[in-house]
Design a protein around this ligand. Structure first.
Ligand code: NDP
Length: 252
């Protein structure tokens, strides 16, 4: 029998950027735990296909997390159609790699908008209802690059480092109203986003060598952490980032 501290059945959860990859795996985990799940992305057909593979009550909501008016309309529509949100996972993100001297200004803005501004926009919209109702869980998908950085990925690391501090700031502002805000920091996980790195034999071998667990992570590796942070077991956990990285951020 599962412990009641981990019971999140009947809760309603939105996972941004859940048409594939980590977001879809997290949405599946929440659905399997008995949550009503709302999938989000920019492509309605892709979202419908993703929703078809999940158990239980699953909804889709098409909006662009970088656009304030799109977020506002999408979040209002979710509240009307599905009901109040108990859990928000800010997962949508992009990774763009290039040496800083060659990094385009437009790419800088795209990274900031998708990885950081999105969490502010969607988090703020969700927290309005959560703080009124006196409970809610927000989980921001950070990265091992919230802590450490390699050459060629400084702008991405800057967005994820800032997302860690936004997590702490949300915890400070919304904690008094019963909302816990935490981060989950994945290590190197095999998804479409990391496809080119996985296919690069040299890089792939480097990841295996550098990770105490000796392998790349899978999207499934991240599910337990999110279920914990979304559950009553984490009611006194806030402002933290839980790194799920096979130990990589802990070793030189
Ligand atoms: P993918 O590229 O596989 O998936 C990204 C998801 O985000 C897609 O569902 C995409 O949907 C959605 N998305 C992108 N831009 C927007 C937008 N403007 N509005 C709404 N949805 C959007 O990425 P991953 O699953 O690998 O990564 C997910 C998160 O995990 C990201 O925040 C990433 O930084 C983080 N992360 C990933 C790691 C990894 O190793 N893979 C490691 C550490 C952190 P669509 O295109 O259909 O709109």
């Amino acid at each position: 029998m599962s412990h009641p501290l981990f019971d999140i059945s009947g809760r309603t959860a939105l996972v941004t950027g859940s048409s594939r990859g980590i977001g879809l795996a997290l949405a599946r985990g929440l659905a399997e735990a008995g949550c009503t799940v709302v999938l989000n992305g920019r492509d309605a057909d892709r979202l419908e296909r993703a929703a078809a593979g999940l158990p239980g009550e699953v909804h889709t909501s098409v909006f662009d997390v970088t656009d304030g008016s799109s977020v506002g309309a999408g979040m209002a529509e979710i509240e009307d159609r599905v009901g109040p949100l108990d859990i928000l996972v800010n997962n949508a993100g992009v990774q763009l790699r290039a040496p800083l001297l060659e990094f385009a200004e437009s790419d800088w803005h795209r990274l900031l908008d998708t990885n950081l501004t999105s969490a502010f926009l969607v988090g703020r919209a969700a927290a309005r209802g959560m703080t009124e109702r006196g409970h809610g869980k927000i989980i921001n998908i950070c990265s091992l690059q919230s802590e450490v950085v390699r050459p060629g990925i400084a702008p991405y690391a800057a967005t994820k480092g800032a997302l860690k501090m936004l997590t702490k700031g949300m915890c400070a502002d919304w904690g008094p109203y019963g909302v816990q805000v935490n981060g989950l920091g994945p290590g190197y996980i095999e998804t479409e986003l990391t496809g080119p790195l996985v296919r690069d034999e040299e890089f792939s071998a480097w990841v295996r060598r550098r990770t105490p667990a000796g392998r790349w992570g899978t999207t499934q590796d991240l599910v337990g952490g999110v279920l914990f942070l979304a559950s009553p077991a984490a009611d006194f956990v806030s402002g933290q980032v839980l790194y799920v990285d096979g130990g990589m951020t802990s070793v030189l």
